[in-house]
Design a protein around this ligand. Structure first.
Ligand code: GLN
Length: 304
């Protein structure tokens, strides 16, 4: 029997003491207020057991991790039609890169870079009656937790500084790949990114991807086939131009956010979430990646 609790404790203590912690994102001014010394770890096993260490229950800005949840909701509406508007290839570029979008006629490389996530946001704005309220309710339902909230200060902060996302949205619009107005799509997108969740809540939200589309309440939210596809997209695209490195070091499908969170999972086995706000130069949590590398090496649990 693997001593998951002992392993999480050791990883936490080892990395908490490490001096190099990365740099907290400051391009969204509200995020720069976070303390680089936070470190949380939470593991949810599909058999119901869970384990935690450090700041595992402190909510933080999930940012790009929300892209996976948005994709899973959009798939429920459009199924295969989504793939006419967004591709499923790794981009090898930073999350906010624009040049490929122009070269490839407004079809984003994948739904986990910003331009792809904007197309997914457009689909949700088209289909949801009250997009922001309904999406938050979906996140609460799959997590089995009605306390999850938007952070309006973070959403406003990004709305007033997110010029790169405005550029991406206008480019998509010029290629007829947005049906709604740039303002409506961005307003939705900035709010989805501002959702705050803890490592514990994220592990429960991502349970459905490890469990063939069924959440912890045993409700089927997406078909098994779509859960498989979303895991494949996380593995190949979840860490932007560091997806290869994450597969190489950690060996799990996962998704990062510039708030310092990472969620990763082994299908039919476990979900693990980490939070450490200091980022590496590619915008992924520096300590979070090290924690997950240590976890899969010490437990010998990875998809490889
Ligand atoms: N809201 C952020 C942005 O669009 C999300 C980026 C991220 O977490 N990688 O820039």
């Amino acid at each position: 029997m693997i001593d998951f609790q002992g392993i999480l404790n050791n990883i936490h203590d080892d990395l908490k003491a490490q001096e190099v912690k990365g740099i907290v994102a400051s391009y969204i001014p509200e995020l720069s207020k976070k303390d680089v010394n936070n470190l949380g770890l939470f593991m949810q096993h599909v058999d119901g057991r869970s384990f935690s260490a450090g700041d595992a229950f402190t909510p933080f800005s999930i940012q790009s991790i929300s892209k996976v949840l948005a994709l899973s909701k959009a798939i429920a509406f459009e199924d295969n039609k989504i793939w006419e508007r967004v591709d499923v290839e790794p981009s090898g570029n930073p999350f906010n890169h624009l040049s490929l979008l122009e070269l490839e006629n407004g079809i984003p490389r994948n739904p986990l870079i910003n331009s792809g996530a904007l197309v997914i946001a457009d689909i949700l704005v088209s289909h949801l009656e009250n997009p922001k309220e309904d999406f938050l309710q979906y996140v609460r339902d799959i997590s089995n937790d009605q306390t999850i909230k938007y952070n309006f200060k973070v959403a406003d902060s990004e709305e007033s500084t997110g010029f790169n996302n405005f550029a991406a949205a206008y480019l998509l619009k010029s290629f007829n790949n947005l049906n709604n107005s740039v303002e409506d799509v961005l307003d939705f997108y900035f709010h989805q990114c501002s959702i705050e969740m803890s490592c514990a809540q994220l592990s429960k939200a991502f349970y459905l991807f490890a469990n063939g589309g069924k959440c912890m309440n045993n409700k089927q939210h997406i078909p098994v086939k779509q859960a498989k596809r979303i895991n494949a997209i996380m593995l190949t695209c979840g860490f932007y131009d560091e997806a290869g490195e994450f597969a190489f070091e950690v060996g799990l499908p996962g998704k990062s956010g510039v708030g310092g969170g990472i969620v990763a999972l082994l299908p039919n086995n476990f979900i693990i979430a980490t939070w450490a706000p200091g980022l590496n130069p590619r915008g992924n949590s520096l300590i979070g990646m090290q924690a997950l590398e240590q976890f899969t090496s010490q437990t010998n649990l990875s998809i490889f």
